[in-house]
Ligand binder design. Structure first.
Ligand code: ADP
Ligand code: MG
Length: 629
């Protein structure tokens, strides 16, 4: 433990501009970083009303000498640097010596501390920067700081605080990151008298992930560890079966310090590209260790953005280590994915065992898909047997061997009344549709092509409808409409579906319960990491599928201040997209009902992503191909 000294003016003024304590999370950050600097290996963080009324940080670190206690609250008093050179080689976290002073100035603060060698502890109370009293007390070795009524004497700053839910989330994130980047410290996090998590502090990141984010996430993480040109990367990445709707669970540290980095994000996304669905994001907890000379030191320490000098190497390292790991585990044979296995993995202390157990889920999913496809193919073959297109289908495949058979569908097969058509065409020749008439009116449905396109005709034109795009659009509009009108019909599920989340996600989503219920989804929290879905909306006379519901729920986690409603459109878009399969066989009734629904839309020509729903091929074009014209 170093003695606290006061920095001389020259040094302190050269140090980056004084930090401002902006919110409860900034207080916690400073206090916990002090505890870490004081070599604590056990830190308790307790808050009430999102830290606005109460913050307590207790550590078992070095403590402060009795004669230094008052000095610790002096501006620019620090035990951590002595000269300007120290600023650039600093290993400790805070170094400006003004955090305690700033916090004490805007709160009612109480500090109790004891060093190893001291006979007794000291307690000091400060209100708005004014020392009320100091006395000897009994205490364990270490330091406790309690900050109550933050900003009580600066009402203007209270106004700038966000509502509790937002401040709470910010703190959760901070505490999570602190615990993740200090796996060797046991963190206990208590919110409104309830213990959120306790990390074991044994240096194993996977156990920290387990404590904070729960079993469902932890069991799907794969460890990676690699090195290139004296840059090291270590941590955990999610297997292919675990993704989120945004990148908020991609957490990076550089030399143990939390940072934001688009460079790292891009490299990760490139590595996962094509292996996971679009618009989904893997979960990662990664630390990059490199010589601090390779980082731009002139960046303000409170900022989380960072500049690397070895950009290319970092990118390459992240990309190749993740990609090769994903490919490697993806070839692992099927292993049954039991909790037992999970327990074994996570209770075992050996780091190396756990990789191969994670991925089978993806494999299983893939195998299932394959089976489904096979089934479908059999089914398709059956269908083809009694398919009116059968001959033409064959013809298409035998062309070249048998030149007599046409390469293209003979229109006569479909009973087209050309005379009738000509009449209609001449009527509609100027292509002006009656105001209430859409392309979809009076369409004559011919059939389905590749299980993907609906073939139809009208007025001497052949129309192809992308059933996937059409379906998506209908679903989208329907959901939007029902949401706007708050008339979503729901159905009670006989057995509720469960969705596993992290505690933070659960809390966030339960705040949105009402908005979600307007979507026709009735949810309930169940324990600390599970949501029960009791009611789901009915669309197309069918309850919305589990995957869509899960997708909607998981996608609700968005940036802090964005109003939920503005995200709704995106959520629904995405959900609809996942809801529909391109290669579904539709019967005539289904096709007709789809077209009927399309007709009622305001803009039935493009899907929510702007792709066309319907395209037209004129009789002219067809005739030209046959060299009739
Ligand atoms: P800095 O951390 O930049 O030195 P602070 O205002 O945060 O400035 O803290 C001032 C000093 O108080 C520190 O240098 C340290 O000596 C002492 N201190 C603060 N918190 C603790 C703690 N939890 N345990 C031991 N010493 C502490
Ligand atoms: Mg500090």
């Amino acid at each position: 433990m170093n003695k606290i000294i006061k920095l001389n003016k020259k040094i302190s003024s050269k140090i980056a501009a004084g930090e401002v304590i902006e919110n409860p999370s900034a207080v916690i950050k400073e206090l916990v970083e002090n505890s870490i600097d004081a070599h604590a290996d056990s830190i308790t963080i307790e808050i009430k009303s999102a830290g606005k009324s109460y913050i307590r940080v207790t550590d078992n670190g070095d403590g402060i000498l009795e004669e230094d206690v008052i000095l610790a609250f002096d501006r620019h008093a620090t035990s951590k640097i002595k000269s300007i050179e120290d600023i650039y080689s600093i290993d400790t976290l805070g170094f400006r010596g003004e955090a305690l002073a700033s916090i004490a100035a805007v709160s009612r603060l109480e500090l109790i501390t004891k060093t190893e060698s001291a006979e007794n502890g000291v307690q000091i109370s400060i209100n708005g920067g004014e020392i009320l009293n100091q006395e000897k007390v009994g205490s364990k070795v270490g330091t406790t700081i309690i900050v109550e009524d933050l900003f009580y004497n600066t009402p203007a700053r209270i106004k700038f605080l966000n509502k509790n839910s937002v401040e709470q989330r910010r703190i959760n994130e901070l505490v999570n990151f602190l615990a993740l980047s200090n796996a060797n410290i046991s963190f206990k996090y208590i919110v409104n008298d309830e213990i959120r998590f306790v990390t074991p502090g044994k240096g194993e990141l996977k156990n920290v992930i387990l404590s904070i984010y729960g079993k469902n996430i932890a069991k799907n993480m794969i460890s990676i560890s690699s090195e290139l040109d004296s840059v090291e990367i270590n941590g955990y990445i999610s297997n292919l079966s675990l993704t989120r709707g945004n990148s908020s669970l991609q957490v990076f540290f550089v030399n143990g310090r939390y940072i934001k980095s688009d460079l790292i994000k891009d490299a990760i996304m490139t590595a996962y590209k094509t292996m996971i669905p679009i618009n989904s994001y893997p979960i990662c907890f990664l630390n990059i260790a490199l010589n601090s000379k390779e980082i731009d030191v002139n960046i303000h320490p409170s900022k989380t953005t960072i500049k690397f000098t070895k950009k290319g190497i970092i990118k390459q390292l992240i990309y190749t280590s993740i990609k090769s790991k994903l490919l490697e585990v993806n070839q692992t044979p099927n292993v049954s994915f039991e909790d037992q296995l999970f327990k074994k993995t996570f209770s075992s202390s050996s780091e190396s065992k756990d990789e191969n157990n994670k991925i089978p889920k993806a494999k299983e999913v893939y195998a299932k898909k394959l089976k489904k496809l096979e089934k479908k193919e059999q089914f398709n073959e059956k269908k083809i047997e009694n398919n009116p297109f059968k001959d033409n289908y064959k013809a298409e495949h035998t062309i070249g061997n048998n030149k007599e058979k046409p390469n293209f569908i003979d229109l006569d097969v479909f009973d087209v009344d050309f005379k009738q058509l000509e009449k209609i065409e001449s009527k509609n020749d100027n292509k002006i549709l009656k105001p209430e008439e859409t392309i979809y009116d009076n369409l004559k449905i011919i059939g389905q092509l590749f299980n993907t396109y609906i073939i139809s005709e009208k007025s001497n034109h052949l129309y192809l409808i992308d059933q996937h795009a059409a379906h998506e659009k209908v679903l989208y509009e329907q959901l939007m409409e029902e949401f706007r009108e708050k008339t979503v019909h729901s159905q009670l599920l006989l057995s509720p579906m469960t969705i596993n989340l992290t505690y933070d996600e659960l809390e966030f989503i339960m705040e949105k319960e009402e908005a979600i219920s307007n979507l026709g989804i009735k949810i309930e929290s169940f324990g600390r990491d599970t949501i029960l879905v009791r009611e789901v909306p009915i669309l197309f006379n069918k309850p919305l599928s589990n995957t869509v519901i899960e997708d909607i729920i998981l996608n609700i986690k968005k940036e802090y201040n964005t109003p939920y409603e503005t995200n709704l459109e995106l959520i629904i878009q995405k959900s609809c997209k996942n809801a529909i399969k391109a290669k579904d066989q539709l019967n005539v009734i289904e096709i007709e009902s789809l077209i009927k629904q399309l007709k009622q839309l305001e803009s039935p020509y493009t899907c929510p992503h702007g792709r066309p729903i319907i395209i037209k091929i004129t009789k002219d074009e067809i005739e030209k191909k046959f060299k009739r014209k």
